[in-house]
Design a protein around this ligand. Structure first.
Ligand code: SF4
Ligand code: SF4
Ligand code: FES
Length: 933
């Protein structure tokens, strides 16, 4: 790339091609005031604070918009330029409120830097503040109309809420059609607040006027996007979260990362070890009683010392270990957490395998993408995504199927929207019309549970019309003829009858995907959470394989991973059939390797999966469990059965930060640390391993998770010493134990070989696989071959089969469950985050207006929803997002725990339940007073 030589105040400077004067000058040490400019936003050039004088030009030029030419001579530090800059600043400062709204006003800082004195101009009347939103305060008396907020909202996050209203002197920033922010369609990503240079938009909690004691760089604890952020901390509380320029988020955040941090300071945090009171039986009905405030936690549990609680917790596990068979017949099992760090996941599975002598260890991947991973391992030899989310920018076509990233992965959604704005074609396939459909050329609102029919039709068209990539198939794919035979009868006309999408639309979509120069497929739990989830994913893999849409930038397969560390927890071996790095426990050489390393015999039988463990607990085969940071009493299907199963356990140890629904059924509760209180590495959906740092001290006697796991391990008889005396008593976050565990993982996980802890500390984020230390990792994989025995992909045909949850006369509607933007998973954290719960406080059942009218139901009405498995009550929301015959309920609300309704039938390969399809009926709740009359 050729450089452009120019001079600034007589000094020779160089600019890269396309670089502005401002950027080149700042990079080389010059200070130029700016207000409307922000790195990453499109230039606006409207404030004129950044003007410079260009030799031979009459008018001053805005350096943020202008690129230098070869030989250009530019002046910055002369009287004309400085007078002009100062006048701009003085005029804008004249409008500023007498009382600043932020300690960090860029306008004030530039005025000070350029010695701009008190404004000589009259102040206009101040508009009234808008405090209608729980997260953001609007005080437009400080607004300088730089439009950074508008560009952040429109161009960056593509939410299109902010705009301009009024004329002339009345011109102002507005939300939607000039509404109060609280009643607008704002999704509270806070990008506008982060962009605002003057305090016109600030966090509603007053954080902008408080000086922080420290600013700590870390990573968001919620979804798999893995946004890097900085926490401003004061008095052991988070004041504010600010997006950092991480590889996965480029400074962006969503509402959860931005405003969902205060769960960590909730007065509901567990601060003392708890032991179930003698004689108090485990009763699932206590969950609702405690949640409704009718029963105190202290009625079920008494406080204990750490010694007593750990001794009791370990003794119960030890007793079951000593008195029963081990391995596949073991009465013991463990659920770890995809919210915890890689190091915690590694130690947790090691404790279960080495200490409890069983492979009965699993986590929420089983409820999320287990079927995707099963299909990817079977077909491509690796369960990982092939390309990062940001590769959407290189894709000509993006197929988004069974995913709702604007709620579940909002920052990923913003990059997909950016790609569409830049010209990519987006095809959305989803029975629900979720917000991304607005950006799609085609929205395939197919009938729920007919994914295989839809995808087989696409495969049929591609093969029948000769749109495959025969060279790619010949070089890299096995099983094409079998696939071809399998879809030969799947004409668009036949499949249309099943999936409900018109044949011509199926043809158009197949042609568009197959003929694109580059195409990405993103999918979510709408694909995986089915009893035929593995078949769904097999079809998606086949689409990419027969068209050669893999192994290049912008070409690939990306199952959007849910939890912040579900990729890392699976990588670390917290799954019943695999040791760390997906090494199969059934293989003798794998076992021998770990047996030598851990000096322990290992059971060759894969363990039970999440739902199998719950069934076994119900039947009395599993008698004791250690559950760290998981909440199966909310997340498992057929919840009444799952809760009854947990209550039947002879010994349940729960390690968590809150008294979750699961913890309420425990014998011992061990108070743990939140992500913001500890060191750890986390692997995002892109295979990017990133560093989490402690920003706060855990409350009361809560302890680091690694310390707790090790204390239990020692009491069970393992001679672990990751946590050494010099590292403290587990209350404060010590870095060394985390680094020791990480280094042990690195020694047994080839993709981490090139990432010593010191590199992670230095670089903050390293994409894996990173086999060598001096080289970057591989963001795009499968470029030349697949990690299968033959190096070739294996196609596995799938046939459409109706699932077990068919609607009928008694249960005529189809329920799908999922997340809402403001809440994460079972709500354990987000329901305790003030802003998030204020934004989305109650369970709402979404229903089509015509269905509601047919049932004589109206918006906001209390309804009861029943399935073959249970019933819940919620409020009705009329929504255009769901088709007739469908309803949608989020699963984060204990008041209407959606999984009471879902069945526990499993995908035979991935062992994932079919959460996405449940036959239900909806009735009005009769108000008791009326009944009694
Ligand atoms: S609200 Fe802030 S970011 Fe938006 S135009 Fe006004 S000063 Fe600029
Ligand atoms: S997109 Fe995900 S990782 Fe990023 S801020 Fe939101 S919840 Fe956190
Ligand atoms: S910063 Fe350049 S015109 Fe505003």
């Amino acid at each position: 790339m050729s450089e452009i030589n120019f001079s600034l105040d007589g000094q020779a400077l160089q600019a890269q091609a396309g670089e502005t004067i401002l950027s080149a000058a700042r990079r080389q040490g010059f200070s130029i005031p700016t207000l409307c400019h922000q790195d990453g936003l499109n230039p606006a050039g409207n404030c004129r604070a950044c003007v410079v004088e260009i030799d031979g030009e009459r008018a001053l030029a805005a350096s943020c918009c202008r690129q230098p030419r070869e030989g250009m001579a530019i002046s910055l530090n002369n009287q004309r330029v400085r007078r002009s800059q100062s006048m701009v600043l003085e005029l804008l400062a004249a409008k500023a409120p007498a009382e600043a709204h932020t300690l960090n006003s860029e306008l004030t800082q530039w005025c000070e830097a350029l010695n701009v004195g008190p404004a000589r101009f009259a102040k206009p009347a101040a508009p009234a503040p808008d405090r209608s939103h729980p997260a953001i305060t609007v005080q437009l008396d400080a607004c300088i109309q730089c439009m950074r907020c508008v560009r952040a909202c429109r161009d960056e996050q593509v939410n299109d809420v902010l705009g301009i209203a009024g004329w002339g002197a009345d011109t102002r920033i507005s939300f939607d059609a000039d509404e109060a922010l609280g009643s607008s369609s704002c999704v509270a990503c806070g990008e506008c607040v982060q962009a605002c240079p003057t305090g016109a938009l600030t966090p509603a909690n007053g954080a902008a006027l408080q000086a922080a004691d420290a600013v700590v760089d870390s990573v968001c604890p919620y979804c798999g996007v893995g946004c890097q952020l900085s926490y401003r901390v004061k008095d052991n509380k988070i004041l504010e979260a600010i997006g950092r320029d991480g590889p996965a988020n480029q400074g962006r955040l969503c509402v959860k990362g931005r405003y969902g941090y205060d769960y960590v300071s909730s007065d509901q945090r567990l601060t003392t070890p708890l032991i179930r009171r003698e004689g108090v039986a485990k009763d699932p009905a206590d969950i609702a009683r405690v949640r409704r405030g009718e029963l105190a936690l202290s009625a079920l549990f008494r406080e204990a010392t750490w010694e007593e609680a750990l001794d009791l917790a370990a003794a119960g596990l030890r007793r079951l270990l000593d008195s029963h068979a081990s391995g596949a017949a073991s009465p013991l099992a463990g659920f770890g957490s995809a919210k915890g760090s890689n190091e915690e996941a590694y130690l947790f599975q090691k404790l279960i395998r080495q200490g409890l002598s069983t492979n009965n260890v699993d986590h929420c991947t089983r409820l999320c993408h287990a079927s995707s991973v099963a299909a990817l391992l079977e077909g491509l030899g690796s369960g990982s995504v092939s390309n990062p989310v940001l590769d959407a920018q290189y894709a000509e076509v993006i197929l988004l199927i069974g995913a709702n990233p604007s709620s579940n992965h909002p920052v990923a959604a913003s990059f997909i929207k950016n790609a569409v704005k830049a010209g990519a074609t987006l095809i959305v396939a989803d029975p629900r019309r979720a917000p991304m459909a607005r950006f799609a050329t085609h929205h395939l609102a197919f009938r729920p549970d007919t994914d295989v029919a839809l995808l087989n039709a696409l495969l049929h068209v591609i093969i029948a019309e000769g749109l495959t990539d025969p060279d790619f198939i010949a070089a890299r794919v096995n099983g094409f003829e079998a696939l071809k035979a399998s879809v030969a009868e799947c004409t668009p006309e036949r499949m249309s009858e099943i999936c409900g999408i018109a044949p011509e639309v199926l043809r158009a979509v197949a042609r568009r995907y197959a003929s694109a120069k580059s195409a990405m497929i993103f999918w979510g739990m709408g694909i995986s959470q089915h009893v035929h989830g593995t078949d769904n994913a097999r079809c998606l893999i086949a689409l990419a394989m027969i068209t050669g849409q893999i192994g290049r930038p912008g070409c690939g397969l990306h199952p959007l991973r849910g939890q912040n560390n579900v990729q890392g927890a699976s990588d670390a071996g917290m799954i019943p059939m695999m040791m760390p790095n997906y090494q199969r426990i059934a293989l003798a050489e794998v076992r021998e390797h770990f047996e030598a390393l851990w000096a322990t015999p290992l059971d060759p039988q894969p363990g039970l999966t999440v739902v199998e463990i719950i069934h076994a607990a119900y039947e009395g085969r599993i008698k004791g469990m250690f559950i760290e940071g998981e909440n199966p009493a909310m997340s498992d299907p057929d919840l009444d059965h799952a809760r009854a199963a947990l209550a039947r356990l002879e010994h349940l140890v729960v390690q968590d930060i809150f008294a979750t629904e699961t913890a309420l059924l425990a014998d011992v509760i061990l108070p743990a640390s939140a992500q913001l209180e500890k060191w750890g590495s986390y692997t995002n959906t892109d295979r990017l391993i990133q560093l989490g740092r402690p920003a706060l001290t855990p409350p009361g006697q809560a302890r680091q998770d690694l310390w707790i796991i090790e204390q239990l391990a020692r009491r069970i008889g393992l001679g672990w010493h990751y946590w050494q005396t010099a590292d403290g008593d587990g209350q404060l976050a010590a870095e060394a134990p985390t680094a020791r565990v990480f280094e042990e993982m690195r020694a047994v996980m080839a993709p981490l070989a090139g990432v010593p802890w010191s590199r992670l500390r230095r670089e903050e984020a390293v994409v894996t696989p990173a086999p060598r230390e001096g080289e970057p990792g591989h963001a795009v994989i499968f470029e030349q071959s697949f990690p299968t025995h033959s190096g070739r992909a294996q196609l596995v045909p799938a046939s459409f089969m109706p699932g077990p949850e068919q609607p009928d006369h008694d249960f005529p509607l189809v329920l799908s469950t999922g997340r809402v933007l403001e809440h994460w998973h079972t709500g354990a954290m987000t329901r305790r985050a003030e802003v998030l719960d204020a934004l989305s406080p109650a369970p709402l059942l979404s229903m089509h207006a015509e269905d509601a009218a047919g049932l004589r139901l109206h918006e906001g009405q209390a309804i009861r929803m029943s399935s073959r498995h249970g019933e819940v009550e919620a409020l009705l929301q009329i929504s255009p997002e769901v088709r007739r015959g469908q309803v949608f309920l989020p699963f984060c609300y204990w008041e209407a725990a959606a999984n009471v309704l879902t069945g526990s039938a499993l995908d035979p390969t991935g062992k994932i339940p079919g959460f996405k399809v449940t036959a239900v009926r909806v009735d009005a709740v009769q108000i008791k007073a009326t009944q009694n009359e």
